[in-house]
Design a binder for this molecule. Structure first.
Ligand SMILES: Cc1cc2nc3c(=O)[nH]c(=O)nc-3n(C[C@H](O)[C@H](O)[C@H](O)COP(=O)(O)OP(=O)(O)OC[C@H]3O[C@@H](n4cnc5c(N)ncnc54)[C@H](O)[C@@H]3O)c2cc1C
Length: 388
């Protein structure tokens, strides 16, 4: 029995058709150009794909996490994790955060356009000296009448170079919240056309080639107080509110990518003949295929378990951390094995495992590294065991 309902499966079919028509024919060029056109967001918008987790009032479809997961498992099969994650960050993390926490005025200005794909968003936490340890963030927002003045820099920001708005997390209260504490952070929706905002550079990367990853500089950027999300000092809690979903989203993307890479590899090894036999018929190949299949089944079950916990509103930090670690590490291992199954061709850009391997490599870093996932899981597991 499928984890998803008939409706979810129909939705996935429409996502597949859309991808085949609008994405796949252009993907190799986009990857070579290290760029994809922002106009593609308009196409997603027309189909209603950017409003899965956004309310109808703003043009969304008011779906739940299960619908979003169904999207991730289909959309993530597109062989460009940088592209799919850039879209998902905008539609499944950033716009829902704006809906949840922004003022009515800010929502009216940005949300309908974000759902239509007319404006694109980014979420900026990481700084040159604050990645795993985000309490070290140094970007400051100082109150000045009806405005805040933002100063600092952010790095590794997905969609950073193309974004029309960026959710910037900054310190509003350094005095009573010393470094190392979670307090005193606030989130601002920053219009990237504001004076003082600039894109310092786009980073060259191992993979995620068509996705822009930027360093951003804020030099005295004036932001009206209506662009503060929620109240001052709530930035950390706001980030935490969507973090488990974001990590699960990255895990589902890795799962989908690994499955796609594996399924295409099965076709290849059943066609490629060596020593008069197909590669897939060697004993070693069969054993490896079975191993991959069993691990993928476990990865899928782990993701779906987290999803159900998230849907029920349960505390799933430990489960999500373990799942992100397990699934994202596994996806790299699978892409590597698939590359090997292709022999010399696997090492070329004529076949996709090399791109999958480069692209999936990031999922053990972004959204919290594998090492940090294990730390969270270890702490949480000890606490859970102690309370039993
Ligand atoms: C392509 C790309 C896109 C990204 N997109 C975004 C984005 O849109 N927005 C955003 O804000 N950020 C984004 N990031 C940043 C990403 O979230 C960070 O790179 C990540 O959190 C790790 O931080 P760091 O790079 O500073 O590594 P560091 O924190 O410097 O970590 C270095 C090493 O130390 C290890 N380590 C850290 N803590 C521990 C510990 N307690 N125990 C053991 N080992 C530990 C890490 O696992 C890692 O191996 C992106 C990054 C990339 C590369």
């Amino acid at each position: 029995m499928s984890f998803y309902t008939e409706e979810h499966l129909l939705f996935q079919s429409s996502v597949k058709r859309f991808s085949e028509k609008h994405i796949l024919p252009h993907l190799t060029k986009w990857e070579k150009d290290h760029h994809f056109p922002s106009e593609i967001f308009l196409e997603f918008g027309k189909e209603g794909f950017l409003g899965i987790l956004v309310g109808e009032k703003w043009g969304g479809v008011q779906g739940d996490y299960k619908l979003a997961a169904a999207w991730c498992e289909q959309f993530g099969r597109i062989p460009s994790v940088g592209f799919t994650t850039a879209v998902n960050m905008h539609s499944l993390v950033i716009t829902p955060t704006v809906e949840r926490f922004a003022s009515e005025a800010t929502k009216e200005q940005w949300l309908p356009q974000a759902v239509e794909g007319k404006v694109i968003g980014a979420y900026a936490f990481t700084e040159p000296n604050a990645g795993s340890d985000l309490t070290n963030m140094n970007t400051k927002a100082v109150k000045d009448g009806d405005n805040y003045i933002l100063t600092g820099s952010k790095i590794f920001i997905t969609n950073g170079a193309r974004a029309n708005f960026v959710l910037v997390v900054a310190k509003t209260d350094s005095a009573s919240n010393p470094k190392g504490s979670h307090g005193g952070f606030s989130t601002f929706l920053v219009d990237t056309s504001s004076e003082g905002f600039s894109v310092a550079r786009k980073l060259e990367k191992l993979g995620w080639h068509c996705s822009d990853t930027a360093e951003l500089v804020l030099e005295g950027v004036k932001v009206h107080k209506s662009c503060l999300l929620g109240a001052e000092g709530q930035g950390w809690q706001q980030a935490m509110a969507s973090l488990q979903w974001e990590r699960l989203m990255l895990s589902l993307g890795a799962l989908a990518g690994a499955k796609e890479c594996f399924e295409k590899t099965i076709q290849y090894i059943n066609e490629r003949t060596i020593f008069g036999k197909t590669v897939g018929s060697f004993d070693y190949s069969r054993e490896l295929v079975a191993q991959i299949w069993s691990k993928l089944t476990a990865a899928e079950a782990s993701c779906h378990n987290c999803l159900l916990m998230l849907q029920r509103g349960e505390d799933c930090r430990v489960e999500v951390s373990l799942t992100k670690h397990f699934v994202c590490e596994l996806a790299i291992w699978i892409a590597d094995k698939c590359l090997q199954f292709h022999g010399g061709y696997g090492y070329t850009q004529e076949f996709l495992p090399e791109r999958w391997l480069r692209d999936l490599r990031l999922n053990t870093i972004g959204g919290g590294t594998s090492e940090v996932m294990l730390q969270i899981a270890a702490k949480g597991s000890v606490a859970k065991l102690a309370s039993n």
